[in-house]
Ligand binder design. Structure first.
Ligand SMILES: Nc1nc2c(ncn2[C@@H]2O[C@H](COP(=O)(O)OP(=O)(O)OP(=O)(O)O)[C@@H](O)[C@H]2O)c(=O)[nH]1
Ligand SMILES: [Zn+2]
Length: 184
């Protein structure tokens, strides 16, 4: 945090701002705290959520879909936000996962400089590992600020990524559920 504070102070000064100004003097500190404790907190493995799983005593072996999970990530090319929603589905074997933990895992992998393809795969791999099942699907639909706020400056487009494994890949109806919800 100390190093980021120092470097960000340099950037502010290079841009020609008065670092002693009342409104800006604490900005290097604010940015350092924001990077480490908030928007890039997923870089630190210590912040990985503790995931609770339960024995599947119910014999539930059909899909569970967690839909419209909001996330904010950051484009690793431009360090500006990627904001979107995730739809995640899996077919339980011996264990089920606490629902909120799916949200926490999405947040953990989002809170670092990312590309959407990697974020999609990291979520898939983590859910698969934790639940010991290959029957997982992950769909992300997001808006990239590097497309809307700069560069081509095209507002309103979105980026859809999806990966389906095992039974989630074999059943077009299951895939359609995860994909369709993202178009709402
Ligand atoms: N595949 C992929 N590309 C991304 C993602 N986020 C941003 N990009 C793209 O990364 C590319 C970086 O391209 P560069 O040519 O190096 O950067 P740039 O000159 O700022 O590009 P422009 O955005 O076209 O102005 C751009 O085309 C971005 O749209 C992502 O999640 N996945
Ligand atoms: Zn970008």
């Amino acid at each position: 945090m100390k190093l980021i504070r120092k470097k960000f102070k340099d950037i502010i000064e290079i841009l020609g701002f008065d670092i002693t100004h009342d409104s800006i003097k604490d900005t290097p500190d604010r940015v350092a705290k924001m990077y480490v404790n908030e928007i890039f907190k997923g870089i630190n493995p210590v912040n990985k959520p503790k995931v609770t799983v339960f024995k599947n005593e119910y014999g539930y072996h059909t899909p569970l879909m967690e839909l419209n999970i909001p996330f904010t990530s950051f484009c690793e090319h431009h360090f500006v936000p990627i904001q979107g929603k995730a739809n995640i589905g899996y077919i339980p074997k011996d264990y089920v996962i606490g629902l909120s933990k799916i949200h926490r895992l999405v947040d953990f992998y989002a809170r670092r400089p990312q590309v959407q393809e990697r974020l999609t795969m990291q979520i898939l791999q983590e859910i698969s590992l934790i639940l010991d099942t290959e029957d997982v699907g992950v769909v992300l639909k997001a808006n990239h600020s590097c497309i809307s706020c700069r560069g081509v400056k095209n507002m309103g487009s979105s980026t859809l990524t999806s990966v389906f494994r095992g039974k989630m890949d074999n059943d077009p109806n299951l895939k359609a559920i995860l994909l369709d919800k993202n178009y709402q």
